[in-house]
Design a protein around this ligand. Structure first.
Ligand SMILES: NC(=O)c1ccc[n+]([C@@H]2O[C@H](COP(=O)([O-])OP(=O)(O)OC[C@H]3O[C@@H](n4cnc5c(N)ncnc54)[C@H](O)[C@@H]3O)[C@@H](O)[C@H]2O)c1
Ligand SMILES: [Zn+2]
Length: 371
C-alpha cells in the first residue's frame, strides 16, 4: 500500500482548463472529488447519471461513492491491466453500451487506471461514432498522464497501443485520496512520470520528489495535490498546444525511446512502465550531457531524483544489441525517423533526429546493460 493514512480532509480543488478539437474540458484535482461524485459532476455542469465502467478490485475499493451515478443498472466491470487491453474487451463494452441503450448524448465514466481509461475512452470514441466520456483516473500514472490529452486505444497481439483514436473527455477528475490503496510499486511507477515533468518543464518538481518523498508516499494531500496538479498543468499545456502529437507533445516522450525498448525486450513482464522510463531518462540524460545540453550537476540532480524513489529491477543481464534492435523496430513504427528527446538543462527539451547508434550504445552501457 502506498499509505494507510491518506488524508481525507478535503482541500480546495484545482481546476485546469484544456482546449481540444471536441471542445474545452476541465481537469479537476482535489481530495474528496471522487468520494462525492454527484457534487463534483454538478459543479462541472455535467449529468449526474452515467454508465460507469470500472474493474472489480477498483470498484470494490472505490465504487461505493459512485453507486448513485451508476444507478440501478450498476457498473460495467471489466478486467483491467495490459493483457486485457484488447479489442475483445472493447467488444464487451460495446455489448454493454448496447444493452444499456446508450445514445450519442450518453455519458460514460471510466473509473480506473490507464488501461480502463484507454479502453473505455476508445469504446466511447468509436461506439455510434462518439459518446461522451469522463475520466476518473485511479492510479498516479493515469492522473498525471494517460487521462489527459484524449489518446485512447488498445493493444494488438503484435504490439502495444496499435489501435486507437483521439477522443477528448468531457472532464478529468483526479482525487489523490484514491491513490492510498495503490500498491507501492504502482505508485512509484507513476512517480517516474512525475520526475519526467520535472525534467521537461518544471525542475522544482525534482526537488519536491527528492526532499518530500516520505509525505508523497504517505499521500499527504498538502504535498501530493499540488504535485499532481502541477503535472496535470504541464500535460494540459502541452496537449493544448499540440493535440495530435506533431511537435511539442513529443517532449512527453522524454525517456521513452529507451524505456519502451527495455519494456519490449523483457516482454512487458519485468518493469512497470514508469521503472523502464526511469532507466530511459537516465540514458537520455547521459546523452544530453554528452552533447553539452545538460551539465554534469543537472544530470546528477536527475539521477538523485530517480534513485530516491527506490530500487529498480536489474538490467545487467539485458543485451545492448537487443535493446538497439527494439529501438530500430519502434522507429519503423513511427515512420522511419527517430525523434530522440534530449533534455536541455532541467526544465526544457530538444528533439534531436541525428542521435547515433554509438550514442545509444554508450548510454545503454552507462545504465548497466551488457555488451
Ligand atoms: N492514453 C495515454 O495518453 C496514455 C499515456 C500513458 C500511458 N497510457 C496507458 O496507461 C496504461 C497503464 O496505466 P496504469 O499504470 O494506470 O495501469 P493499470 O490500469 O493496469 O493499473 C495498474 C494496476 O493498479 C490497479 N489499480 C488501479 N487503481 C487502483 C487503486 N486506486 N487502488 C488499488 N489498485 C488500483 C489496477 O487494477 C491494476 O492492477 C498502459 O496501457 C499505457 O499504455 C496511456
Ligand atoms: Zn510514459
Amino acid at each position: 500500500m502506498a499509505s494507510s493514512t491518506a488524508s481525507t480532509r478535503p482541500t480546495s480543488p484545482v481546476r485546469i482548463d484544456v482546449t481540444s478539437e471536441r471542445g474545452p474540458y476541465a481537469v479537476m484535482v482535489g481530495t474528496g472529488l471522487a468520494s462525492s461524485p454527484e457534487k463534483t459532476l454538478k459543479s462541472l455542469g455535467l449529468p449526474v447519471h452515467a454508465l460507469v465502467v470500472s474493474a472489480p478490485e477498483i470498484w470494490r475499493r472505490h465504487g461505493a461513492a459512485w453507486r448513485g451515478v451508476a444507478g440501478k443498472r450498476g457498473p460495467v466491470l471489466i478486467t483491467d491491466g495490459e493483457k486485457a487491453k484488447t479489442l475483445n474487451t472493447v467488444s464487451r463494452l460495446y455489448d454493454a453500451f448496447n444493452a444499456n441503450a446508450l445514445d450519442r448524448a450518453s455519458m460514460v465514466v471510466a473509473l480506473g487506471g490507464g488501461t480502463i481509461g484507454d479502453m473505455t475512452g476508445f469504446a466511447a470514441a468509436t461506439y455510434l461514432r462518439g459518446l461522451h466520456v469522463i475520466q476518473v483516473p485511479t492510479t498516479l500514472l493515469a492522473q498525471v498522464d494517460s487521462a489527459i490529452g484524449g489518446k485512447t486505444g488498445v493493444n494488438l497481439p503484435t504490439g502495444k497501443n496499435l489501435v486507437g483514436s483521439f477522443h477528448s473527455p468531457s472532464a478529468v477528475i483526479c482525487d489523490p485520496d484514491v491513490l492510498g490503496s495503490l500498491p507501492r510499486r504502482d505508485f512509484r511507477s507513476g512517480l517516474y512520470e512525475v520526475v519526467k515533468y520535472g525534467v521537461i518543464a518544471a525542475p522544482s518538481i525534482l526537488e519536491t520528489v527528492t526532499s518530500k518523498s516520505h509525505a508523497i508516499f504517505a499521500c499527504e494531500a498538502k504535498v501530493l495535490t499540488p504535485l499532481i496538479a502541477e503535472c496535470c498543468r504541464i500535460k494540459a499545456a502541452v496537449v493544448t498546444a499540440d493535440e495530435r502529437e506533431s511537435g511539442r507533445r513529443r517532449s512527453l516522450n522524454f525517456g521513452h525511446t529507451i524505456g519502451h525498448a527495455l519494456e519490449a525486450i523483457t516482454k512487458y513482464r519485468r518493469f512497470r512502465h514508469g521503472e523502464a522510463i526511469g532507466y530511459g531518462m537516465l540514458a537520455a540524460g547521459r546523452i544530453s550531457q554528452w552533447r553539452s545540453l545538460m551539465s554534469e550537476a543537472e544530470l546528477n540532480t536527475l539521477r538523485h531524483a530517480i534513485r530516491s524513489l527506490g530500487p529498480m529491477p536489474a538490467v545487467t543481464d539485458l543485451s545492448i544489441k537487443d535493446a538497439l534492435a527494439a529501438i530500430t523496430l519502434d522507429k519503423k513504427v513511427i515512420s522511419g525517423k527517430l525523434h530522440f528527446v534530449a533534455a536541455k538543462g532541467l526544465g526544457a527539451t530538444v528533439s534531436i533526429s541525428d542521435v547515433t547508434t554509438d550514442e545509444l550504445k554508450h548510454a545503454l552501457r552507462d545504465i548497466g546493460l551488457r555488451g
